[in-house]
Design a protein around this ligand. Sequence first.
Ligand SMILES: Cc1ncc(COP(=O)(O)O)c(C=O)c1O
Length: 401
Amino acid sequence: MTDRSDDSKADSIFTRLAHTGRLGGDHAPFVNPPVVHASTVLFESMEHLHSNKARYVYGRRGTPTSEAFAAAISELEAAEGTVITPSGLSAVAVALMAIVSAGDHLLVADNVYGPGRDVCGRILGRFGVETTFYDPRIGAGIEALFRPNTRAVYLESPGSHSFEVADLPAIVEVAHRHDALVAVDNTWATGLFHKPLALGADLSILAATKYIVGHSDALVGTVSACGAAWRKLHATHGYLGMFTGPDDMYLALRGLRTLGVRLRQHQESAMRIATWLESRSEVSRVLYPALASHPDHALWSRDFSGASGLMGVVLKPATPASVAALIDGLRLFAIGFSWGGFESLIVPTEIGRSRTAIPWRPEGPVIRLQIGLESADDLIADLHRGLEQLVLAESAEAETN
Ligand SMILES: Cc1ncc(COP(=O)(O)O)c(C=O)c1O
């Protein structure tokens, strides 16, 4: 077969995602890898067993399915290697366990995904790692929080509820000068629109459950890294015995093939809806970094090449009952905690209480929208319906008071 891989690095990531992660050898004629259900791997002889030359040794140590998916994510994230985990949350856990040890100090952005905070406080804390949460907009000011034993920084950019964007290059510069590694949760943008490793971070975490799988039907996580961080990550992942079922890995790889078209559509619809929401009198602010009005828009424009479909909406002050009327009044936006799938979702954002470094007290109730692949016109009509219910509920309340 002709070698068609020459110059592949010059191709756009949209092109590479259609071609990466194909297996050679006996699998070469097939576009997709086999879904290998395996624990046992057989050896041809004692010599083969002891030769250390076997490509596969045990299901948990790699299969054609996991190799194909990991290679594709490494391409997406511009990484040397990728480990696959059973969920996005376990990806956060393995990433942090790979880079901190007892007696270390960890700096964590105050806006990271809530259960990620618990990995730090409830798990790493038990093993002697101390965590300090910091203002997500701290930038180079993070230096003041470094201690002699600070070994890692963990951040999410933008935060998936409050949408602050980190000045990643500034944080990386400080961290590396202090001999600390930086782990970034890149779930919102994915490597398609943001490449933390290319900006100097050491580990890039994806809840592949969201945009990579893209169809709300599997839980998968990945962590990608380069150099020394990759060696630590690979070893820790192996020691912890983490693996993911082959069907889920296959679904994630299959989702990845259409990530480009899906994310571009999520972005286009999200931008239209965000702009429309900004014009509404019921809305105070829209938390979407691609909007010029977002306080971190300049950072986003510098470090990201696109935006996904997740945003926050700060409403003008309204009662909980009116917000419930808005949400219950929607027909297309379903109520659900996840995001990144083809379907639109809505949840109230109630993270104020979990923040500890810097208060997060928006001027009104906040809702989070995942803009799906439905028609943007239909979604706007749906939100229009919901906002009407909010206004009705507010006036009914005003009359009774
Ligand atoms: C930003 C972020 N990271 C990680 C996770 C965890 O992913 P999973 O649900 O696959 O464990 C989530 C889940 O909502 C998330 O929003």
